[in-house]
Write a protein that binds this ligand. Structure first.
Ligand code: HEM
Length: 173
């Protein structure tokens, strides 16, 4: 009986009901997926994604939909965590959560069927002391991951132009 209760609780924690508009919520701890690292409570909402989504699904399709974005984010995170220029920055942070929230963020911005439940870019990167060179290395790794997946360069550049304004929230010096 106890095992059944634990199982039900685990399944419920893994698939929280998504409120229609998370922007109206008060700050609450976010439901973590099993095996995911916790972060301090914050107010979730799509505005935290840092960019408005593309209005059509063209970009979502150019990125290969859910399977394509999932592979791109996995490859992107793997490149960042094994890149001698920036790997150290990722040490000690939870990669399970990072992969999930990046997939949500990319999906949301690309016009896919997702909401972004992560933190805003300023909060997520606070106190990391990130520099322009770190950002450039990260963008190179994203470009490599997108190219590997066969995303056309025109679509890559349109996506990068959505991310570019986030530099000011991510870079500290
Ligand atoms: C436009 C550029 C960037 C975007 C869109 C972005 C996106 C994200 C997202 C969605 C998260 C997860 C937020 C959450 O957990 O709620 C995150 C966390 C993180 N990012 Fe970035 N990021 C960018 C730049 C960078 C750069 C340049 C670095 C370092 C080279 C970096 C390192 C990290 C690390 C280490 C975390 C984990 C923080 C934690 O778990 O507390 N990010 N980023």
């Amino acid at each position: 009986m106890l095992i059944v209760v634990i199982l039900i609780a685990a399944v419920a924690a893994g698939s929280p009901a998504r409120p229609a508009d998370m922007r109206e919520q008060e700050a609450v701890p976010v439901f973590a997926v099993p095996g995911e690292e916790e972060v301090a409570p914050y107010t979730p909402g799509n505005r935290n994604a840092g960019a408005d989504p593309f209005r059509s699904t063209d970009m979502w399709e150019a990125f290969g939909g859910e399977a394509g974005v999932s592979r791109i984010v996995d490859a992107f995170v793997a490149r960042n965590t094994s890149d001698a220029r920036i790997a150290e920055i990722f040490r000690g942070y939870g990669l399970v959560r990072l992969r999930r929230t990046l997939k949500e963020q990319f999906c949301y911005i690309l016009g896919g069927p997702c909401d972004y439940s992560g933190r805003d870019m300023k909060t997520a990167h606070e106190h990391m002391g990130l520099q322009h060179a770190d950002m450039n290395a990260l963008v190179e790794n994203l470009q490599a991951a997108m190219t590997e997946e066969g995303v056309p360069f025109s679509a890559q550049n349109k996506f990068l132009s959505k991310l570019a304004p986030m530099r000011k929230d991510v870079i500290e010096r």
